[in-house]
Design a protein around this ligand. Sequence first.
Ligand code: FAD
Length: 481
Amino acid sequence: MAQQDYDVVVIGAGPAGYVAAIRCAQLGLKTACIDRWRDDAGKERLGGTCLNVGCIPSKALLESSELYEHTRKHLGTHGVHVGDVELDLAGMMSRKDRLIGNLTQGIQGLFKANKVTWLKGQGQLQGERKVCFTSHDGKEEILEPEHIILAPGSHSVELKCAPYDGKYIVDSTGALAFDEVPKRLGVIGGGVIGLELGSVWRRLGSEVVVLEAQDRFLSFCDDQVSQEALKIFGKQGLDIRLSARVTDTQVDEDKGTVTVMYEDEQGRHEERFDRLVVCVGRRPSTDGLVSGPVELLIDERGAIHVDDHCKTTLPNVYAVGDAVRGPMLAHKGSEEGVMVAERIAGMGSTLNYETIPSVIYTLPEIAWVGKTEQELKNKGIPYSVGVFPFAASGRARAMEDTTGFVKLLAHADTDRLLGAHVISSRASELIAECVIALEFGASSEDLGRTVFAHPTLSEAVHEAALATLGHPLHIPPGKKG
Ligand SMILES: Cc1cc2nc3c(=O)[nH]c(=O)nc-3n(C[C@H](O)[C@H](O)[C@H](O)COP(=O)(O)OP(=O)(O)OC[C@H]3O[C@@H](n4cnc5c(N)ncnc54)[C@H](O)[C@@H]3O)c2cc1C
């Protein structure tokens, strides 16, 4: 039966798709959102990767594990002494699961309130204006909306030499649900997800080895930040091995272990772990998204080709989020969703891809926006740099957490801010003020002349701006962080 009355059909209810759907509905468009996600118990869930097995569960476990470690190791400094601190892993996991349950229900509530129709099942593009919806119980329906937004997201890349078995070798989803703390945990991939998950389990008691194929640590971060991070994580006990290319793995069911073979500059090595997490990247989930002779251009990585406004090669078909070019970040997908919804409604919305912040939620956190120092050097852009260490921050000292620094980069001629890099406790929050500054085209002088509350961690941004101008107040001028 053909049903023609939706203005917009969105495929995928992750942060890109569900936000697009809500914004469409706010703008008066009759909207349906198709999603096939079901949890282990078979219950349909909105929120996609981010909510169910990504951003939220990882942050929940990072928070809990941080509290556990903090209570065990650092409360004494404040004169607070507790007895033996006990880990209730099942309790920690059920808090995470409750949180996910509440938040997915929250989206359900928002769909209801905004009158977005949630279609539970599979969506497939079958032509310019045709979507085949197959419900979980197998019923097919052809929808013919005016506009289609594809937001199918991404999934973990599997390594041939380390295939997932759901028990010993797992992806990030498996590592968010271990039912005991592995004694030795191997992590393949020293990127954002590998470091976050490695941190969780190290804090809970695992001996963690991170095997990273690249010779540079966090190569996408500012060099000064990645060097500092490598030192700090090493001191915390994360054993990070660079230039380590995994060649093979062997599971031994009897011993309950997995052996990893890898090569580096010194030769071949073997390491035995109780569990192995593979976090080597994610790939767009576009398999089976399109059927028939539909001329939707999909590149060799599986990403849907789009222009700056997320228009695909088909009229009235848009694509947003992890399934298209750009960083695989929830907030990037959501903002693309908003842009597309508004463009469908006739507005001229755009998205500034130059000011999308990135965050790694380790401790310290690492956050950045704009250009790195090495990028500016490579492009021959003249710049000035200002660094302010948290060791000189009164608030950080009161918090007993003085690790890290703020680093700002400004154009040497115009003083316009070009990049901001923060490694510290709550860097994820501090970066927001830098994002606003870059978005508004601020100069470091603009930030230097802004009043920041005292004592706050945010003063470090103010001081870094003053340092860029050569006259910080709370460190000797000319001192490099
Ligand atoms: C462990 C982990 C931690 C992360 N932490 C962060 C973080 O802290 N911050 C951050 O910004 N990002 C983080 N990310 C990345 C973030 O989760 C993604 O960038 C984000 O989820 C992408 O949103 P999306 O809507 O494009 O896709 P997804 O969230 O992947 O959602 C896609 C949805 O589409 C559905 N779908 C796909 N194909 C079809 C189809 N044919 N029919 C019906 N439904 C379909 C899927 O079921 C899914 O629900 C993390 C990722 C992981 C794995």
